[in-house]
Design a protein around this ligand. Structure first.
Ligand code: 13P
Length: 252
């Protein structure tokens, strides 16, 4: 059975102190009233990871990095390796976010290295895909996303693929307040599940958690999560507000 997942992506927000307070606030709400069948994750800046792990009940609130290096270690100033992330106690790593692809030149080739290292180090990748507005306007989003998957995660052997969480985040919906409609999100995630079925078979397709991300919030989460192929959300802005985040966690 696939899991329901609500993951926060804090992006480049919160000082260390603010981040620890935020993690504690999210943890209290999740422990107190979060649906127990939902896997809750907070994706924090690297600097916060170890302390956030210490500050939450990790059985209820998982911790994710937002990136990791494409090399295992060595002379790569400023990079943070998958092994370092793992050593903080974090269990997840967000990979392939459109902001990384767009602003930091992350190609499929780079992502394949990161995926391999994340998996080798026992981290669960939350792999992001999604198209920009011109692709959507040309109605070629399925081919575009299909190719992103072909070039990266569809190269993984089944045993590794089974460890992934996949998030569809249309770039035109991120931080814009312009959420994809529940129908648009469902359509893409059903398509992705179909591609997984064709590649890895029905059991894997049924077991893979597929998330939607892009201006998901406390108001629209229930409508999104009611769709059969939407197994949860990757939440940016609203994950910085504990009271909104817990509403999303409980929106199934
Ligand atoms: P927003 O929820 O702020 O649109 O961000 C979505 C996102 O990019 C999550 O990774």
């Amino acid at each position: 059975m696939r899991k329901k997942v609500v993951a926060g992506n804090w992006k480049c927000n919160t000082t260390f102190q603010e981040g620890i307070e935020l993690a504690k606030a999210v943890n209290s709400l999740v422990v107190e009233k979060g649906a127990e069948d939902v896997t809750v994750i907070v994706g924090t800046p690297f600097t916060h990871l170890a302390k956030v792990v210490e500050s939450v009940d990790t059985a209820r609130v998982g911790v994710a990095a937002q990136n990791c290096a494409a090399e295992p270690k060595g002379a790569f100033t400023g990079e943070v390796s998958a092994a370092m992330v793992k050593s903080t106690g974090a269990q997840y790593v967000i990979l392939g976010h459109s902001e990384r692809r767009e602003y930091y030149g992350e190609t499929s080739e780079i992502l394949n290295k990161k995926l391999k290292l994340a998996l080798e180090n026992g981290l669960t990748p939350i792999y992001c895909c999604g198209e920009a507005l011109p692709v959507r306007e040309a109605n070629t989003q399925n081919a575009f996303v299909g190719q992103q998957l072909e070039e990266t995660i569809f190269r993984l052997p089944e045993a590794d693929f089974r460890k992934l969480i996949i998030a569809y985040e249309p770039i035109w919906a991120i931080g814009t307040g312009k959420t994809a409609t529940a129908e648009q999100a469902q359509e893409m995630l059903a398509y992705i599940r179909e591609l997984i079925r064709a590649k890895y078979g029905d059991a894997v397709a049924q077991d893979t958690s597929l998330l939607y991300g892009g201006s998901a919030n406390a108001k629209n989460a229930a409508e999104l999560f009611a769709k059969p192929d939407i197994d949860g959300g990757l939440i940016g802005g609203a994950s910085l507000k504990p009271d909104d985040f817990i509403v999303i966690v409980n929106a199934y």
